[in-house]
Ligand binder design. Structure first.
Ligand SMILES: C[S@@+](CC[C@H](N)C(=O)[O-])C[C@H]1O[C@@H](n2cnc3c(N)ncnc32)[C@H](O)[C@@H]1O
Length: 298
């Protein structure tokens, strides 16, 4: 199997659609300033959240700055955004390098594709946003210091979604002791990555947000729950599951505490469970809508 990160992000869309906490989303709708607005999304990947917000009719008139450090993601986004926008019956035009406009009867969305490290972008950004979005991103960063920097990008709310929170479950059981060991070691790799990250970022964000002087307007679980329906996974979710196992392989291959052959058999069995439509995967995550308190600077 070929592993393509952009295909993984595409496959993740339907999983995230179900997972996103709808109460937190309602709070976002209620707290969104009148449009047109400026939105900055950090760690935006190929722009799946932009597409979702158009599809879910959350945004119509806005400037959307999509920031991601991976050149491949930005390049993919520049070809993919016109594709889905056209399929949705919207007009698309490009103006200048990495600027797109998606428009229609009631839509006018100017998109700026920024290939940049989010923290370099914080340094150079001149105009704070009305909304900051960080989706499936904060749990990869050193905390709490990253939060304060990123929150400086908005003068309005921040919607901080899909923050992993310490529970990974695969069913059915392969070997209870090995299943548990693999889960624990995998979480440990998240906690010890050189670039930062936290396997319990969801629960820890409550404290970090308080220290960053940000008020939590809404919070709730946004668990990924992936299972087959009538023996078939929806959309491209079988690929999503294979990619999740690929993350496990990349993180744990050669781990000194893990028996190499047992781990390899475990991965094989999990892949066979996907092919049989048996594998159920659950990852516990949390969403937040927050607003920085006005007076004190963060
Ligand atoms: C798990 S992916 C999520 C992507 C997207 N939010 C989504 O859910 O489809 C995390 C993204 O963060 C980006 N990223 C990681 N560190 C970054 C940084 N310091 N600055 C900007 N982007 C970063 C990666 O390139 C990747 O696209």
């Amino acid at each position: 199997m070929e592993y393509s990160f952009s295909r993984y992000l595409l496959a993740k869309q339907s999983v995230d659609d179900r997972a996103l906490n709808k109460d937190v989303l309602s709070a976002l709708r209620a707290n969104l300033p009148d449009q047109p607005i400026r939105i900055i999304e950090v760690g935006a990947g190929i722009g799946t959240m932009l597409r979702r917000l158009v599809r879910w009719d959350v945004i119509r008139q806005c400037e959307y700055v999509l920031v991601d450090e991976m050149a491949e993601n930005i390049e993919y986004a520049s070809g993919w955004i016109p594709q889905w926008a056209t399929e949705a019956g919207l007009g698309v035009e490009g103006s200048g390098e990495n600027i797109l406009r998606v428009f229609g009867h009631s839509h006018n969305v100017r998109i700026q594709l920024e290939q940049a490290d989010a923290f370099d972008f914080v340094q150079k950004n001149q105009e704070p946003a009305d909304l900051l979005i960080a989706h499936a991103f904060l749990d990869l960063l050193p905390m709490p210091e990253s939060l304060q920097k990123l929150l400086s990008l908005t003068k309005g709310p921040a919607w901080l979604t899909i923050n992993f929170d310490g529970v990974t479950t695969f069913e059915p059981i392969v070997d209870i002791a090995l299943d548990e060991q693999i889960e624990q070691l995998y979480h440990r790799t998240m906690d010890t990555r050189q670039t930062g990250g936290d396997s319990r970022s969801g629960r820890h964000l409550f404290g970090y947000l308080r220290s960053a002087n940000a008020e939590i307007l809404a919070a709730g679980a946004s668990d990924w729950v992936v299972h087959a329906v009538n023996g078939k996974y929806p959309d491209d979710e079988a690929y999503f599951l294979h990619f999740i196992l690929h993350f496990f392989e990349e993180s744990l291959e050669g781990h000194p505490e893990l028996n190499t052959r047992a781990f390899s058999r475990w991965v094989q069995e999990r892949r066979a469970q996907i092919e049989r439509g048996e594998l159920v995967y659950i990852a516990h995550q949390m969403d937040f809508l927050v607003k920085r308190n006005g007076k004190k600077s963060v």
